[in-house]
Design a protein around this ligand. Structure first.
Ligand code: WTA
Length: 648
């Protein structure tokens, strides 16, 4: 199949797409160009064919006889709010919400931002947008008001959907308040959102969640989900559906790059759904009506989009939506959830596994996990130790592990084993998926490395899950991904090593993108958050290895010398304030572990910060800095080492 997928590429993918509902599918209608020297870069799969992703997730499955099978299983943060929806029941929810969207002026192509916790309202809203051809842009509900505002404004959202609060273990986060703040920021930047829809969390009142009357509400703009949606449930009218061109936009999802503000990654309806359908089917060996996929990623990330929602539904399988945290009420909750719903495929991140590893085997062994067939991991490199723990403790020495390497931009799995078919090696993502031609390029001259070796991981040929554009910034699309090396390669930003058997091992980012607990964060984003502080003149941020989070952030900042900050207490206040700034500007997950106040930063004569040196200092590796001849003032290195010792 792999051979065919490469040599008869368009025919291969057209046949797979044909397993879903498309009108006018034609294998000669796909056109692509990865090489900017041959004209504008473009990726167009099945142009001219018409389809609808929500239709394929719901009606198509009902037609296939899955109507009464479970589609969405909601494991709430508390026991009493758990619910399940069959395909038919989920369709009713989606149709109802689609009618509501239309009635409030949302049309094909309009952007709708969701800032919601992991509750059924989120997948329902996403599917309703897909149904009417509106473009959803889900913003992870851990982002700050400023980050939310930036995304809402960038995609010019017509509507924002949120919840009164998000619940994580015992913690209640007032989401609506954050949205109000974000709307104020948008307004002061001259942009207004028409409507804010608020879902009350939870449906069954439980202690601690703010009561409806305590949630801030602006009656000219805000709508309560339950009240306003109800009338469309019983109106007896058919729900509209919009069949789109395969190349129309399905959704925009923002992600961090190495420079500047987050990029709005644009995915197409036809290509994305075909690729997510195929990867879910083959990598997770999904069988309609039988499998239950539990993907622990939040729907606010691409992993949640592709394998927590669209992938399983497109295959007629159930998906588990898990609201809480992996350690509440105790560290065995995920395995109890597996037993409770007969989960067959479990997909998580190395960070989560490392956290649970810390609790020992007991919480795992209290469950049977008898239903499990396949384990998956994604988001960061997984060490052999964690891989083996996953395999032997969670998988009882028998379950295959699919270490799947991919990115927001790629839509779905790129390098991954096929369970049962690919002999595994601990901590290797193994081989390319169908249709994928990965290459390792020499970082210095961009030549392809053959056989054993290490280099920049790039991809040569287009595949259907490939993103179409950076929203509103096509030049950035070409520059960041296709012009880094000449010759028509998609540049991933990651490094990889190929062993003598051809197995690929991902080594991590080669650019200025950090990976903290599997979250992508750009150094530039954190630095710009730090310099927002009135006392901060300049900042440089690096990441170091962290036992649980994979990487953690260390910030080096220069404070304004005109402020009297010599006193130790004042320094500590500044450090705390600077960390708060990052929490406010981006979100708590991007907060630096340590802020080191320095007088100067290691720069080249042309003023470029040598992060390589800071990285070594942060890691405590100060014996050999390699070639430092480019430094404008070599003396700063010792100064920073001293400041670092002080900060610890
Ligand atoms: C990293 C998540 C090693 C990588 C799907 C990539 C991985 C970034 C793996 C994308 C893996 C993802 N092994 N590293 N199996 N999977 N990564 O866009 O650095 O949130 O570039 O997509 O995560 O993160 P994103």
């Amino acid at each position: 199949m792999y051979h065919r997928s490469i040599h008869e590429r368009d025919q291969f993918w057209t046949e797979i797409a044909g397993e879903l509902y498309f009108e006018n599918l034609d294998s000669s209608a796909s056109t692509h160009n990865f090489d900017p020297s041959r004209g504008p870069v473009h990726v167009k799969w099945f142009e001219g064919a018409r389809t609808n992703m929500a239709y394929n997730c719901l009606e198509k499955q009902i037609e296939n006889g899955m109507g009464d099978k479970r589609a969405l299983i909601f494991e709430a943060n508390d026991e009493i709010n758990c619910t399940e929806f069959t395909f038919r029941e989920l369709l009713v929810e989606v149709e109802t919400f689609a009618k509501f969207l239309i009635a409030h002026g949302v049309q094909k192509g309009d952007r709708v931002v969701m800032y919601l916790p992991m509750i059924p309202a989120l997948p329902i809203a996403m599917l309703a947008c897909s149904r009417i051809g509106a473009v959803h842009s889900v913003v992870f509900a851990g982002y700050s008001a400023k980050s939310l505002a930036q995304r809402v404004h960038d995609c010019k959202a017509k509507m924002v959907i949120t919840a009164s609060a998000s619940r994580r273990a015992e913690k209640i986060i007032p989401l609506k308040k954050i949205v109000d703040e974000a709307m104020e920021i948008c307004k002061s930047d001259g942009f207004c959102v028409n409507k804010v829809v608020v879902k009350h969390n939870a449906d069954i009142e439980i202690e601690g969640v703010p009561h409806v009357e305590d949630v801030p509400f602006h009656s000219d703009r805000d709508l309560w989900w339950n009240e306003s949606v109800a009338e469309f449930r019983t109106d007896g009218k058919p729900a509209p559906i919009e069949f789109l061109d395969s190349c129309d936009t399905a959704f925009i999802l923002y992600t961090s790059g190495s420079t500047g503000k987050p990029k709005g990654v644009v995915h197409s309806v036809g290509g994305y759904q075909t690729y997510v359908y195929a990867t879910s089917k083959f990598v997770f060996d999904l069988h309609a009506g039988e499998d239950v996929l539990f993907c622990t990623a939040d729907l606010g990330w691409i992993t949640g989009h592709s394998y927590g929602l669209y992938g399983p539904l497109l295959n007629g399988c159930a998906t588990v939506l898990f609201e809480g945290v992996p350690t509440y009420p105790d560290a065995g909750v995920w395995w109890q959830t597996v037993d409770k719903y007969d989960v067959t495929v479990f997909y998580t991140s190395p960070t989560a596994l490392r956290t649970l590893q810390g609790y020992g085997e007991d919480p795992v062994k209290r469950s049977s996990r008898a239903s499990l067939r396949i384990l998956g991991t994604v988001g960061e490199p997984i060490s052999s130790e964690t891989w083996l723990w996953y395999h032997s403790v969670v998988g009882d020495d028998k379950l295959p592990i699919c270490d799947t390497w991919w990115q927001t931009e790629t839509g779905g799995h790129i390098i991954t084993p096929l369970p049962g078919a690919t002999p595994l090696k601990a901590s290797s993502a193994t081989f390319p998926f169908f249709g994928i031609v990965p290459v390792l390029l020499d970082p210095k001259d961009g030549t392809e490395i053959q056989g054993e070796g290490e280099g920049c991981l790039c991809i040569k040929e287009p595949w259907p899950g490939m993103f179409l554009d950076v929203h509103g910034a096509h030049e950035r699309y070409e520059n960041s991904y296709f012009k880094v090396y000449e010759g028509g390669y998609y540049f991933s930003g990651d490094g990889a090593r190929r062993d003598s058997d051809g197995y690929l091992f991902i080594t991590g980012r080669l650019d200025d993108v950090m990976n903290v607990s599997g979250h992508r964060i750009g150094t530039a984003e954190v630095e710009s958050a730090l310099v927002q502080h009135s006392s901060c003149i300049e900042a440089a941020v690096v990441s170091i290895a962290h036992e649980v989070k994979g990487e953690s952030i260390v910030a080096y900042v220069i404070l304004d010398p005109s402020r009297s900050i010599e006193k130790r207490s004042s320094l500590e206040i500044h450090q705390r304030e600077l960390i708060t700034n990052v929490r406010m500007e981006i979100g708590p997950f991007a907060a630096p572990e340590r802020v080191v106040i320095v007088k100067d930063l290691p720069k080249t004569r042309s003023g470029k910060i040598m992060r390589r040196i800071l990285k070594k200092i942060a890691a405590g590796d100060v014996d050999d800095f390699g070639d430092v001849s480019a430094l404008a003032d070599p003396g700063v290195v010792d100064e920073i080492i001293k400041a670092e010792r002080h900060a610890r």
